[in-house]
Design a binder for this molecule. Structure first.
Ligand code: NAD
Length: 353
């Protein structure tokens, strides 16, 4: 009987995609076979199906193989439904199959990751803190129902100001700090590596460098930690054998810091890059990769700070933040880090939670 079930299942798989097996359910033995085999189910819930959320969903579908179930939730249910339909219609062209649907908060119960990209836009004349307060109310309407569903996975926050909203998620959910992550300076780090790769004419994959601190104006690049393969870039800059200069490094850092402003000026919002950054973090978690990514994580004494959520290089695996890497920053870099943490502390302290 087992053999027959196994045989049937294999045959079925060659004929129909995985989604078809679950949805058709016209033969109990097929269904049982599918459930038995489906030990590697990876489910992601996306809350906020705007430009950022859907750029992530689109990257997820196109990169393929990262998860096999994606649930879309938005306060605008019609939009979430439309987005699910649109993505489903592209599945025939995708690398691997996925079950995609517009859902409800109870669908978070057995999810591995809840990604939050929901937020409200800044109104004319509104201060940064007013916007922060309104986004906190948005998060109150989200985190409560997610936790109530029985969700026991990892929160990944992209909504801005991302470091503060990640801390708000931590406070409202009462989850362990390792399971509450913000996208932090992951996108800024990707921008930095791209620009440095272009400058040195080297594949960005061979540039090792991080943007640290707030995802915002007080972020900085610790130059002492920038490496081209295993060569320290600060040493390359000191050498008289080339035209590379410290001035150019400062220009690159400024370009990274102001990139979002430039993109917003040109096309009103940024979304593809952050969508791909979210996808990268989700892949590192679900694949238990132990990859180093600059996410927003809670400091517990690292870099001399405690309590603040801020962009730092972290080892990311199946249980979220496995370790925060403490880099050997120079005194000047440590000061920049402390100043950035102070900006975040001040903003968080101004919030009514
Ligand atoms: P958007 O306006 O296109 O989408 C926001 C979505 O959130 C909308 O679909 C809206 O209906 C939904 N929403 C609002 N209130 C909700 C609620 N209570 N429950 C569920 N859904 C709700 O905005 P966007 O361009 O997608 O940006 C989303 C967020 O991502 C913003 O805060 C933006 O600043 C941020 N962002 C972050 C980064 C980063 O690096 N972390 C980069 C770019 C943008």
């Amino acid at each position: 009987m087992q053999g027959v079930e196994g045989y049937n299942f294999t045959l079925f798989l060659t004929v129909l995609p995985e989604r078809g097996i679950i949805e058709t359910g016209d033969n109990l033995s097929f269904r049982k076979g599918a459930e038995d085999m489906n030990t590697d189910r990876r489910k992601v819930v996306l809350i906020g199906t705007g430009m950022v959320g859907m750029s992530f969903a689109y990257a997820l579908v196109n990169q393929g193989g990262i998860c096999n179930e994606l649930v879309l939730i938005d306060v605008n249910k019609e939009r979430a439904n439309g987005e699910a339909m649109d993505l489903n219609h592209g599945l025939a062209f995708a690398k691997s199959n996925m079950k995609i649907y517009a859902g409800e908060y109870h669908d978070c119960k057995d999810a591995d990751i809840v990604v939050i990209a929901a937020g409200v836009a800044q109104k004319d004349g509104e201060t940064r803190l007013d916007l922060l307060q309104r986004n906190t109310e948005v998060f109150r309407s989200i985190i409560g129902p997610v936790v109530k569903s029985g969700f026991d996975g990892i929160f990944l926050v992209a909504t801005n100001p991302v470091d503060i909203m990640t801390r708000v998620t931590y406070e409202l959910s009462r989850f362990g700090a390792s399971r509450v992550i913000g996208t932090g300076t992951s996108l800024d780090t990707a921008r930095l590596r791209y620009l440095l790769g272009d400058y040195f004419t080297v594949d960005p994959k061979n540039i090792h460098a991080y943007v640290m601190g707030e995802h915002g104006d007080s972020e900085f690049v610790p130059l002492s930690q920038v490496m081209l393969a295993t060569k320290q870039v600060s040493k390359i800059l000191e050498s008289d054998d080339n035209d590379y200069s410290m001035d150019d490094m400062e220009k690159i850092e400024e370009q990274v810091r102001t990139a979002a402003y430039k993109i917003i000026e040109a096309k009103r919002a940024t979304y593809y890059g952050i969508g791909m950054a979210i996808t990268r973090i989700v892949k590192a978690i679900l694949g238990d990769e132990n990859s180093v990514l600059t996410v927003s994580a809670k400091l517990c004494g690292e870099y001399g700070s405690r309590g603040v959520f801020i962009g730092v290089p972290c080892i990311i695996g199946r249980n979220g933040v496995k370790e925060i890497l403490e880099l050997s920053l120079t005194d000047d870099e440590m000061k920049k880090f402390r100043d950035s943490a102070a900006v975040l502390e001040e903003n968080f302290d101004g919030l009514k939670l």
